[in-house]
Structure formats: structure tokens, C-alpha cells
Ligand binder design. Sequence first.
Ligand code: HEC
Length: 176
Amino acid sequence: MKSSQLRDLACVICLLAIPGAGLTLPWDKDMQDQPSPKPQDSVIEINQRTVPVNGRDRFPPPKDIIELVLARLEAGRVLVNPNPKDDDSFEKGRQMYERHCQLCHGEQGRGDGPVGKKFVPQPMELNLDYVQLQPDGQLFYTISHGSIAMPYYRQAMSTEDRWHLVNYIKNEFGET
Ligand code: HEC
């Protein structure tokens, strides 16, 4: 081996021995890789008191059915219905029900609305113990995030109206 070849070989061995040395190539990207805001990066300082849009619901949308079921139960344990169960609340809930739910769940909540009849599985009968014995927070979660076939209403209805709707469902279709 010539001495120049030996020198090149030593160079390569050196480069391989220094950890990360080979990774710094190509150098023309160094300016781009520096710790600076990238195009489309947000540089807005998030205010400590900023509340995410869905913050008041405390639960982000579920990723799959398992998460839906678990979060729904958890919501039943931790969420507290802020609306008193009075006539004003029932009336507001009724308006929500007629506008958003009746088409599937039917006038009497029996799951036989004109659109609901086309669904498999059929919309839930809201007078069943399965629904009526659920804590308010669990029903609130279902209204907010939907169910397996049922659409969600967190964008169509204010948080307050969703709680009114929970009051209405229990008052109108339950025994109380
Ligand atoms: C497009 C039809 C449709 C609409 C509109 C609809 N639902 Fe449903 N709902 C269903 C179907 C189908 C099921 C049963 C299958 C499932 O869980 O998705 C269901 C299930 C439910 C359940 C039972 C969930 C559980 O715990 O298993 C509740 C409670 C409920 N709906 C309430 C409502 C309320 C309140 C509204 C109005 C905001 C509403 N639904 C609007 C189709 C609908």
C-alpha cells in the first residue's frame, strides 16, 4: 500500500471512530437544521391561562371503540352536571332533542325515528334502564362524542345545552 493510500485509510478510520462525525454531512443543511422556528411552526407563546376549545369537556375525542367505552365510563364518574333539573332546563333540553335526536331515537325515545329505522343496530331505546341508570356525565359524553354508529354533537350544541339535554332525557323518558 502506498503512503497516500495509508493516509486516506487512516482518515476514514478516524472519521468512523468519531461518533456522529459522518452524520454531520451534508454540511449544506446545517443552516436548516439549527434550532430555529421552521416554516409553519407556531412561534406564538401559549398563554398559561389559555383553555383549549374542548377544555370544558375535559375529554378529547376517542381514538377507537375501546377508548370510547372507557372514557364514557370515566366521564360518568368524574363529570358533574352543572345545570339544575328544573322546568327551564327540561324545556331547553326538549328543543335540543327535537332538533338533533328525535329523527333517530323517535318522539317517545323508543329508537324508532324515521332515520333510525334504517340503522343497524337500531338507535338505543332511551327509556331502558341501561340508559336511565347511567350517570349524567356518561350520557353527556355520548352526546358530545357520539357512539359506535351515532354521530357526535360537541360542535353542534353548546356544553350547556348538552347538559340540558341530559336532564331532558332522564326527566322525559325515565321514571323520575
Ligand atoms: C343518525 C341517528 C342518530 C342520531 C341523530 C342520534 N343517535 Fe343516539 N344512537 C344511534 C344509534 C344507532 C345508537 C346505537 C348504536 C351506537 O351505540 O352507536 C345510539 C345510541 C345512543 C345512546 C346509547 C349509548 C350507549 O351508552 O351505548 C344514547 C344515550 C343516545 N344514542 C343518545 C342520543 C342523543 C341524546 C341524541 C341527540 C343528540 C342522539 N342519540 C342522536 C343513532 C343516533
